[in-house]
Design a protein around this ligand. Structure first.
Ligand code: M6R
Length: 619
């Protein structure tokens, strides 16, 4: 969690370091928004400001007391772990001599021991954070070694846990030093200036040229150089990449919120994820996978690991991959997988799904799977992030930057990438005829237009949300791939509107949850295509009748032309006709719009719901 930005530039001291850092913080605020702060290296020495609350509080403080022109700056937006979100606990943390400033993302697990040692040595602490120990240790190491990079190297050896650290020192006015362990940090390469950021969004409007940093590496940026060393001080080569995200994708572009904008970007997210992955003859070519075909053919089990919305994408993947490839697929929350001694081996393909590529629970699960000999394939949206770097292969989703904390377009892109993976495995292993695969790919190619039709129908859902702004509980029911959609609908409503919401497998209802249904209880039901197999449709229509018989208000999401639902639905929200396995790409969209609009109707912050952060980079 927490967003980090660093900047250093050539020329006279100016307002640019502050401007760049504040702009970067604005783009990273989705990572945490409890408090924010900046530190600047100026000819008058180190200057800093920090404020509890959103970034605007810091901006206002800086307007009231503008700092001096600077040569370098660091900035931080916080999601609190140790210590409440107060001015004092906000970053940067400053050394006792007022010359060094440090910002941190992560948790320093041995901070208590280190703090006791420092206290015994006469150091006094101002905050309740784990970070402050690192600031004091770094300052003492700097005084001993006379160099910020060497000091950082010495201090990171003492720290346990996860961290990205950035520091500036008044005696090194054109230098920012960073270090990372289990927490993200990327470098942006400019002309006479360089940048550091938790992700590329931090500097996307200044440069598209970036470097990935590896585990336990220390980076020193000056206006004209970027040097990376490992923990032993040995220079290391790092991977360069070009940021292909559009800077305009990280601004609201006329929409009230990022979430609303990202919902509208879903047709493009799906189209872009499909783009260039088939040949003219309809063959799938996932060239970037880089796992030996022999290995993929010998896979006897797939385990999907992910958290939150990404895990629901994994549930959809399970239905599709098992059906198409006849390989058993398990889906597990990454934090549960890691701690339960899972049975995986070299014949297991582990698929790690993550928008950010930085979710710590998923990173730890990836490492555990690889230790057991499994190959790990990452389905990730963010280039330069940790999960693809630590996996055997990656299938990127091309959703573009997702800024709203609630995931929408990344979810649809994850599902799409998983369909491609399933079809690719079926092609490779000969589970399906090529023309069958071609037919499904042709249907997939129609999905962006179908999603667009659902988005175009948003007015109906928005009105419904406004009429329901005082509800206190909403249930969501679905079967088959409708079940993960129901869970995702409930998650969206919980995280955005702070309303009790639960998603159930419709068949499970009579085993207990139906007791929740009272007169007027709103129940969304995701109805599968009546053109599908296995009487799925008829079963769900029965479930609608069951809840209605108990007084529920039924809000039914059904295909165009499905007349069977009408007698039992208080409201019908139509989606285009779509094959059952692909239906989540359309059925989830009204639920996203509903949650977004209901939260807005309640006057809540849609993009930054309380207590949350976009990237959960702590375990
Ligand atoms: O970045 P990731 O996809 O790994 O994030 C996983 C979850 O934290 C994320 O999907 C979360 O559940 C979203 N806030 C849901 O909207």
């Amino acid at each position: 969690m927490c967003g980090i930005v660093g900047y250093v530039g050539r020329g006279e001291p100016s307002g640019r370091p502050l401007d760049v850092v504040m702009e970067g913080l604005g783009r990273l605020e989705y990572r945490g928004y409890d408090s924010a702060g900046v530190a600047l290296v100026t000819p008058q020495g180190l200057q800093w400001a920090k404020r509890a609350g959103k970034l605007t509080n810091l901006s206002q403080a800086l307007e009231r007391r503008p700092p001096a022109p600077a040569t370098a700056a660091i900035g931080h937006t916080r999601w609190a772990t140790h210590g409440a979100p107060t001015d004092v606990n906000a970053h940067p943390h400053i050394s006792q001599d007022g010359k060094l400033a440090l910002i941190h993302n992560g948790i320093i697990e041995n901070f208590n021991t280190l703090k006791e040692e420092l206290l015994a040595d006469g150091v006094s602490f101002l905050s309740e954070t784990d970070t402050e120990v690192a600031a004091h240790l770094l300052s003492r190491a700097f005084d001993r070694l006379g160099d910020l990079t060497e000091a950082m190297r010495a201090v990171t050896r003492e720290l346990e846990g996860a961290f990205t650290l950035l520091a500036v020192h008044a005696d090194m006015p054109r230098t920012v030093v960073g270090a990372r362990r289990n927490s993200p940090l990327v470098v942006g390469l400019g002309d006479g200036e360089n940048f550091l950021g938790s992700d590329v969004a931090a500097f996307i409007s200044h440069t598209r040229s970036a470097l990935e940093l590896g585990q336990d590496q220390i980076v020193t940026i000056t206006p004209d150089s970027v040097e990376v060393i490992d923990g032993d001080g040995v220079p290391v080569e790092v991977k360069a990449f070009t940021v292909d995200w559009d800077a305009s994708a990280a601004v609201k572009g006329g929409f009230r919120t990022f979430m609303e904008k990202e919902i509208h970007e879903q047709p493009k997210a799906v189209a872009d994820t499909l783009l260039g992955r088939t040949t003219v003859g309809g063959h799938l070519t996932l060239d970037e996978l880089r796992i030996d075909e022999v290995v993929l053919r010998s896979v006897d089990k797939i385990v999907v690991i992910a958290c939150g919305t990404a895990a629901y994408a994994g549930h959809v993947a399970k239905y599709a991959i098992e059906h198409w490839c006849r390989i058993p697929v398990e889906v597990e929350l990454a934090h549960e997988f890691r701690y339960r001694d899972p049975v995986v081996n070299e014949k297991t393909l582990v698929v790690a799904i993550s928008q950010s590529g930085e979710t710590m629970d998923t990173i730890m699960a990836v490492r555990h799977a690889r230790e057991q000999g499994s190959k790990v394939l990452a389905v990730v949206n963010t280039h330069g992030s940790t999960i693809p770097r630590e996996s055997d292969a990656v299938l990127y989703t091309h959703a573009g930057p997702e800024v709203a904390v609630a995931s929408t377009k990344a979810f649809l892109a994850q599902i799409t990438a998983c369909y491609l993976l399933g079809l690719y495995l079926a092609q490779l292993r000969g589970n399906m005829y090529q023309d069958e695969i071609g037919r499904i790919l042709a249907e997939l190619a129609l999905m962006p237009e179908r999603i667009q039709r659902v988005v175009d129908n948003e007015e109906q859902v928005r009105k419904l949300a406004h009429s329901m702004k005082d509800v206190t509980s909403v249930l969501f029911l679905g079967r088959h791939v409708g079940f993960p959609v129901a869970m995702e609908g409930a998650l969206k409503l919980k995280e955005l509107a702070y309303i009790h919401a639960e998603g159930f497998a419709a068949g499970e209802l009579k085993h207990g949850p139906i007791a929740l249904v009272d007169v007027g209880t709103p129940v969304f039901v995701i109805v599968p295509s009546p053109r599908g197999r296995d009487h799925l449709h008829a079963k769900v229509v029965s479930n609608i009748q069951e809840v209605r018989a108990r007084g529920a208000r039924t809000l039914v999401i059904a295909e165009d032309g499905d007349a069977a639902v009408e007698p039992f639905a208080d409201v019908v929200i139509r989606v285009p006709q779509t094959p059952t396995l692909l239906a989540p790409l359309v059925t989830v969209v009204p639920l996203q719009i509903f949650a977004c609009e209901l939260a807005a109707a309640k006057g809540l912050d849609v993009d930054q719901p309380r207590n949350l952060a976009k990237s959960v980079t702590v375990e």
